[in-house]
Design a protein around this ligand. Structure first.
Ligand code: SF4
Length: 123
C-alpha cells in the first residue's frame, strides 16, 4: 500500500510511525537494503517531475504553517495538504521531497514496505 491510498487517520498515523520505526531498525541493524534499492528509488525521485528540494528550515516552516491541515487532514494527503515550494535544483544538505504526497523521499525510500504514491517505484 502506498502512503497516499485511502486510510483512516489511525491507519495513516500507524503506517507513518511504522515506516519511521523500520528506518530506525534498519539503521541499527545496518541492513543493506538501502544500498541498491534505496539508490534506485532515490534516483527515480530525483528524475521525477514531482520532486522538490527543501532546506530543513523550509521543511520545518512548511510543517509549522500547515500543522492544522496536517493534523486534521482527511484520508488522502495529496489533495488536502498545502503544496510544497517547488525547487528543482539539488541542494547541499537539502531534503528531497515529493510535491505529490509531501513526503520526504529519503525517509519513504528506506521503508521496505512503502512505495511511490504514483507507483513509479514499488515495495
Ligand atoms: S515518491 Fe514518486 S511521485 Fe513522489 S517524487 Fe518520488 S517518484 Fe515522484
Amino acid at each position: 500500500m502506498g502512503c497516499c491510498e485511502k486510510q483512516t487517520k489511525k491507519e495513516a498515523a500507524g503506517s507513518i510511525v511504522k515506516a519511521h520505526m523500520q528506518v530506525i531498525a534498519d539503521k541499527i541493524l545496518r541492513k543493506s537494503f538501502e544500498c541498491k534499492e534505496y539508490r534506485d528509488r532515490i534516483k527515480t525521485c530525483e528524475s521525477c517531475a514531482h520532486h522538490t528540494w527543501l532546506s530543513r528550515k523550509e521543511r520545518l516552516n512548511w510543517i509549522i504553517c500547515n500543522l492544522g491541515v496536517i493534523i486534521v487532514r482527511p484520508n488522502r494527503i495529496a489533495e488536502d495538504t498545502a503544496k510544497l515550494p517547488v525547487k528543482l535544483e539539488p541542494m547541499d544538505h537539502g531534503l528531497l521531497c515529493c510535491q505529490y504526497c509531501r513526503c520526504v523521499c529519503d525517509v519513504k525510500a528506506r521503508g521496505k514496505k512503502l512505495e511511490c504514491c504514483l507507483k513509479k517505484w514499488r515495495k
